[in-house]
Design a protein around this ligand. Sequence first.
Ligand code: KE4
Length: 426
Amino acid sequence: MFEKSEKLLARAQKTMPGGVNSPVRAFTSVGGTPPFIESAKGPYITDADGNRYIDFVLSWGPAIVGHAHPKVVAACQEAVARGSSFGAPTEREIDLAEEICQRAPGADVVRLVCSGTEACMTALRVARGVTGRDKIIKFEGCYHGHSDSFLIAAGSGATTLGVPNSPGVTRGTAKDTLLARFNDIESVASLVDDNAGEVAAVILEPVCGNTGCLPPKDDFLQKLRKLCDDKGMLLILDEVMTGFRVAKGGAAERFGVTPDLYTFGKVVGGGYPLAAYAGKEEIMRHVAPDGPVYQAGTLSGNPVAVTAGLETLKLLDDRAYEKLETLGQRLADGMDSIIADNSYPLSTHRVGSMFSLFFTPETPWDHDDVKKCDLERFNKFFHAMLRRGVYLAPSQFEAGFLSTAHDDELIDEVLHKAEESLAEVF
Ligand code: KE4
């Protein structure tokens, strides 16, 4: 089934760490050989051995209108024929910036960059520049890209200060990152009290997607908003994954909370290297050349990537979001029925077209809860589904995604395959 991919992996490992350009692609946590993908269309991806899969990774979110959507392809072909990069302003960047501001509540000004990492790294710099404070609060299990301030593990309980969780991150950097527990406002309040007047910002994924899909509980986001207002901290919503996916205006619209700063990625670039940070006028005017907070990029606002992003957002109209919502509901209801009918020790979360099946019977609400999952069974399920032509995220600590190219028939087919696969696992 994977002969060519096995050969390609052996060759790739000679010249690239793990044979991949992003660690999760190596299937380290689930084991086995990662299929080397040759093409994709709509809800499907096809690997080097000709195996076709129903795709629920969608390039980790960007392919929300399906792979190689004809309108996106045509627009990008036309754009690339006019030159791929100018290093100069273009009208299309204005169009995309205006579209983002029109959609995201409270976004007045946008800066386009090339990756979610770059967007999140810079949003922190802006928050520190605006407030003059050094410390930030993030949440265990939330991922904001690989810049140093975010590669931090929970320090010993007593210190509450972060410690590096990657070699190469200095203790000097780590000390300014504090870690709280998602959905636990008290864990945030106590950090703020212990570091009075020193915290520049609180950053979080409004719906976690990097410890499985975990929604905010009750009015957690609203309480965070109030705490930030009370303590002079900026609230940064990292909507790289949720932005323009869970609603037209992202999680901010869906949950009714307006941040001071946003980060966007994935969907906003339609599968091309494009991301953004955005926020209120009075904050974003601190960014160079309007203000002193520096950030720059050779390929920022790249005209081809901007074209892909614009075409993708154009396709994401109200009907598209209604379809994503009903497909997500169908999948979640179907999975919940399978779990109930068989009394499986499993639970699920879904927000719009993001979802996760957790291999723990207690519904998780934070990273520690997800760490209780039975990873051995998850891995068996993952491979049973892969053999049946269903491509899930290769980790319990990731989320799955739907696109407008998926339909009821595909969802029902996947539910049937999930029932078969779970029968193998339990
Ligand atoms: P990138 O630098 O990978 O474009 O974005 C970083 C990032 C920031 N914020 C959130 C909420 C994210 O989910 C991400 C990246 N997500 C991962 C998937 N969990 C990308 C996949 C990968 O690392 O290969």
